[in-house]
Design a protein around this ligand. Structure first.
Ligand code: GUN
Length: 283
């Protein structure tokens, strides 16, 4: 048996088309401001991708680059201005921030209704209270990918490996809201394979290449690989590896590839969150 391949790009295109149609109904294009501190190459590339996709989707966007020596006070003061600016609908502070800046303070300083990353404690609370407004892009994108391919998690056993703020935790809330029975496993879980084998839907987001091997997956499971691990190779381009070993395709019912699985959903969902922020503010 070989698993059905759940490719990200068609699902992302569908979400972007839907998002562009929602944006076009608003009085003016929603505006996303992205703040980047310093010149970390991965951040430079991610931010450029977000800015480009916003424009392609009919949104307005701007990137503000501040030096990596920016003080916390100066960053908080810029955030306060953006919060007060009625022309700005969404604000994204690219992470990681330089080590002299307190990430929690910065994320909590955003107006929760402009927090398109969904990391503000108010948005975390809305998600866990069962009525999310802006929720983190990767896990919402994962839910949207499942629904694009016709899967419902209601009444099913969902196992998540990883408890990060960006993926594992919010995904648990979203799956619970969608009526799955949810288990969150992590680095301190003994006998991980016994837990993951129970899953009808297995989600892996830990950042360890090929952690999940075929013996850890139940026959017929739907497996969602959120891991992206760079394997550097001398003289060649780095290879991207998922957290799930490709041989899992021999036992699973369906599997997302890496690259080309969940990745494109994250950026598409960021556009959707920006439109949701603007719609919320228009009311
Ligand atoms: N850096 C890596 N992932 C993310 C994300 O989802 N949001 C932000 N703001 N920064 C990131």
């Amino acid at each position: 048996m070989s698993a059905r391949v759940l490719a990200g790009p068609p699902a992302a295109e569908a979400l972007l088309a839907q998002t562009a149609a929602r944006a076009a109904k608003l009085a003016k294009p929603p505006h996303l401001t992205i703040l980047r501190l310093g010149e970390d190459p991965a951040s430079v590339s991610y931010v450029a991708g977000k800015d480009k996709k916003a424009k392609e989707t009919g949104l307005s966007s701007s990137v503000e680059v501040m030096p990596d020596t920016t003080t916390q006070e100066a960053l908080l003061s810029r955030i306060a201005e953006l919060n007060a600016d009625a022309n700005v609908n969404g604000i994204l502070v690219q992470l990681p921030l330089p080590s002299h800046i307190d990430e929690e303070k910065v994320l909590s300083a955003l107006d929760p209704d402009k927090d398109v990353d969904g990391f503000h404690p108010v948005n975390v609370g809305r998600l866990w209270a069962g009525h999310p407004h802006l929720a983190p892009c990767t896990p919402v994108g994962v839910m949207s990918l499942l629904s694009h391919y016709g899967y419902s998690v209601a009444g099913k056993r969902a196992v998540i490996v990883g408890r990060s703020r960006i993926v594992g935790r919010p995904l648990a809330g979203l799956l619970l809201n969608a009526s799955a029975t949810v288990t969150v496993a992590h680095s301190r879980t003994p006998n991980l394979g016994a837990v993951t084998r129970e899953a009808d839907f297995l989600f892996v987001a830990v950042g360890k290449a090929h952690l999940i091997t075929p013996d850890m997956v139940g026959a017929g499971a739907v497996v969602i690989d959120v891991g992206i691990n760079r394997l550097e190779r001398e003289g060649k381009k780095a290879r991207l590896l998922g957290d799930v070993h490709p041989d899992v395709a021999e036992v699973a019912r369906a599997l997302t590839p890496v690259p080309g699985g969940v990745g494109p959903m994250t950026i598409a969902q960021l556009m959707a969150n920006t439109v949701s922020a603007a719609e919320g503010q228009a009311q």
